[in-house]
Design a protein around this ligand. Structure first.
Ligand SMILES: NC(=O)c1ccc[n+]([C@@H]2O[C@H](COP(=O)([O-])OP(=O)(O)OC[C@H]3O[C@@H](n4cnc5c(N)ncnc54)[C@H](OP(=O)(O)O)[C@@H]3O)[C@@H](O)[C@H]2O)c1
Length: 250
């Protein structure tokens, strides 16, 4: 991939399979990256790999992003290290254990916190930073799972539905300030998150997904379904009447 103007990119949840694949493309075209993840060994390995691929600058911070109190200082530090910000890429997320979440709220609360509360806190700070400067792209990985509650994963799905609404509303608020806010809705992708799922071998290839995302982020597309067929699939799924839907084993 060629890049006329190298970008300064903050990656939140940088050890995610989807983030790593995007970072490889960004590194290869010479962008600057600030990586945030909570597993220090994995983060060091990702950073070392991206250095060898040609990133013009790599810095990183180990952080548990569930801790919203650390967000302002962490984000200010990352932006200072990058000497500005062109793109913030949100890849943190947990699938969680749906059955455990049905038995007790602790698991459900954890899923909702990591997938919705923590990103909402990070987005609030970053949106204000970008709006003041009339620049920047906030690209957020939500999910097609947020488009309709299903019995097999409604806790994860509701966290993503909330995130989608938050990101959509934020775009409505600050697009006019010159800030691009992107809602990204992947269908199932082959990563660590999905490897134990039934049929995971047929899920989308993460490298192909990354090419689509990096291109869409350059354009600042409002809403991205990836692979694109999921826009059609979700239109059909949303159209199923509830009296039928509630009897399906989805
Ligand atoms: N794969 C799919 O099929 C799919 C489909 C739709 C949407 N998505 C969404 O896309 C994003 C990336 O997914 P992925 O498949 O690449 O997942 P992944 O490989 O499992 O990565 C998720 C990342 O989130 C990080 N994370 C979780 N909680 C965190 C916390 N409290 N603080 C910091 N980092 C935290 C994880 O770090 P640790 O390694 O330290 O846990 C991991 O690096 C997620 O938001 C996911 O919900 C994925």
């Amino acid at each position: 991939m060629t890049n006329p103007a190298p970008k300064r990119i903050l990656v939140l949840g940088a050890t995610s399979g989807i983030a790593e694949a995007c970072c490889r493309l960004w590194a290869e075209r010479g962008d600057s990256l600030f990586l945030v993840a909570r597993n220090s060994d994995r983060l060091a390995a990702v950073a070392a790999d991206l250095r060898t691929r040609g990133a013009s600058y790599i810095d990183s911070a180990v952080a548990d992003l569930d801790d919203t109190a650390i967000h302002p200082e962490l984000l200010a530090h990352a932006i200072n290290s990058l000497a500005g910000l062109d793109i913030a890429f949100f890849a943190l997320g947990v699938l969680g254990d749906q059955q455990k979440a049905e038995r007790g709220f602790a698991e459900a609360g954890q899923i909702l916190h990591t997938n919705l509360v923590a990103p909402a806190s990070l987005l609030t700070w970053l949106a204000n930073y970008c709006a003041q400067r009339h620049s920047g792209t906030l690209a957020v990985l939500s999910s097609v799972a947020g488009e309709r509650g299903r019995k097999s994963n409604y806790v994860y799905g509701s966290s993503k539905a909330g995130l989608t609404a938050f990101v959509d509303g934020l775009r409505n608020r600050i697009d006019r300030e010159g800030v691009r806010v992107m809602t990204i809705k992947p269908g199932p992708v082959k990563t660590a998150m999905t490897q134990s799922m039934k049929g995971s071998k047929k899920f989308a290839d993460v490298e192909k997904v990354a090419v689509t995302l990096v291109t869409a982020i350059d354009k600042g597309t409002d809403v991205v379904y990836v692979p694109g067929i999921w826009r059609v699939i979700m239109t059909v799924i949303r159209a199923i009447p509830e009296r039928v839907f509630k009897k399906l084993n989805l």
